[in-house]
Design a protein around this ligand. Structure first.
Ligand SMILES: Nc1ncnc2c1ncn2[C@@H]1O[C@H](COP(=O)(O)OP(=O)(O)OP(=O)(O)O)[C@@H](O)[C@H]1O
Ligand SMILES: [Mg+2]
Length: 335
């Protein structure tokens, strides 16, 4: 049995400093394929007369407080000026762990009637969850999604200077965007990611004109519906595994339900099982939380067994303790 089988241990590791140091960090740090940066593409092909018209005004219908307005202005004005949306209509959900999400009125550029803008909390207000458990083996990405290799920047990150923290914050957002892009292209049920930058991610909005889709934990399903959606959820988990991704915070709270279908959201902490030594226990925790909801809706499932089956099916080391044994070695580099 892996020392991580007890999920409380995983939670404690989030509170401590993630995984203990390892001497030989897997050197197969993987190159992520970066989707063409749509923000930049838009800037290049942008009609400047429109820009001039819009340059100085960014007023929106949503009645934000003064502080929130400044934050929105800082994070979303560029997207507005690049014609990603016409208006901000409402706050879908504020006060989340990491972000507030707004429903915006789309326009011809986006070709979506509405889009959702996930705006990350300013760093100083963020609950500083210890994230090194999830960052092991990851590249550190700049705001264009490229790996940061600059020694000075890496040193700043290691020393946790303000500059370093800002870089990490950006990297966190880019990882969410790249994960969504990868999974959307692979056919997973995730909202289509549209653009990222400036502390925000734009994506397809899920919901009706007036009511954003509820999260699955608030939905009561009939037996057939529950079984069908459970299978759908597992299909999505398998798409993720075959693309070397584990959600890392999967539960009915991070699944939207709309017109009988599900959409997985909230990916900043997603991990790559090839480079993260806690991957299996994190995966098992995901399945356990997912099954908790479906069990409450009458589906019978055994998350521990399912985790092992899927893990092996997708070619990962079947014995979780193989991962755990790595953890016994010492770290030198806390990135
Ligand atoms: N594409 C979308 N369409 C409609 N609603 C969305 C969309 N994305 C997110 N939401 C809403 O915003 C909420 C927060 O999004 P998300 O889970 O990505 O952020 P978070 O900061 O981790 O929040 P939390 O701590 O509540 O999980 C979701 O629970 C959902 O209600
Ligand atoms: Mg969430």
């Amino acid at each position: 049995m892996s020392k991580y089988d007890n999920f409380e241990l995983l939670d404690q590791m989030e509170d401590l400093d993630g995984l203990p140091p390892i001497r030989n960090i897997p050197n197969k740090q993987l190159q992520y394929r970066h989707p063409k940066n749509k923000v930049n593409r838009e800037i290049e092909s942008f009609d400047t007369s429109l820009l001039e018209e819009r340059e100085n005004e960014f007023n929106f219908s949503y009645g934000a407080s003064k502080h929130e307005k400044a934050w929105i202005n800082d994070s979303l004005k560029d997207f507005y000026q690049q014609n990603w949306f016409e208006d901000i209509l409402r706050l879908i959900k504020g006060g989340g762990k990491e972000a507030s999400v707004y429903q915006c009125l789309g326009n011809t550029t986006t070709q979506h009637k509405y889009i959702a803008a996930k705006v990350y909390r300013p760093r100083k207000f963020r609950q500083l969850r210890n994230d090194s458990l999830y960052r092991e083996g990851r590249l550190i990405l700049d705001d264009e999604g490229h790996e940061i290799r600059d020694d000075r920047a890496l040193h700043a990150i290691q020393q946790r200077t303000n500059f370093g923290k800002r870089l990490l914050h950006t990297s966190w957002i880019e990882h969410e965007y790249q994960t969504m892009s990868l999974l959307f292209k692979a056919g997973a049920d995730v909202p289509e990611p549209l653009a990222s930058g400036n502390n925000a991610i734009l994506m397809a909005y899920i919901g009706t004109d007036d009511i954003p889709a509820p999260t699955l934990n608030t939905v009561e399903l009939d037996q057939n519906g529950a079984q069908r959606l459970f299978e759908k959820a597992i299909q999505n988990v398998e798409i993720m595994l075959s693309n070397h991704r584990i959600h890392g915070d999967l539960s009915a709270y991070n699944i939207l339900y709309h017109e009988g279908e599900i959409y997985l959201i909230d990916f900043p902490q997603a991990i790559d099982p090839r480079v993260n030594r806690a991957a299996f226990p994190i995966f098992k925790r995901d399945l356990t939380r997912l099954c908790e909801y479906f069990q409450s809706q009458g589906v019978s499932c055994d998350p521990a067994q399912l985790a092992e089956q899927l893990w092996e099916k997708h070619g990962y080391i079947p014995n979780a303790s193989a991962n755990a044994s790595l953890v016994e070695t010492e770290f030198e580099d806390g990135l």
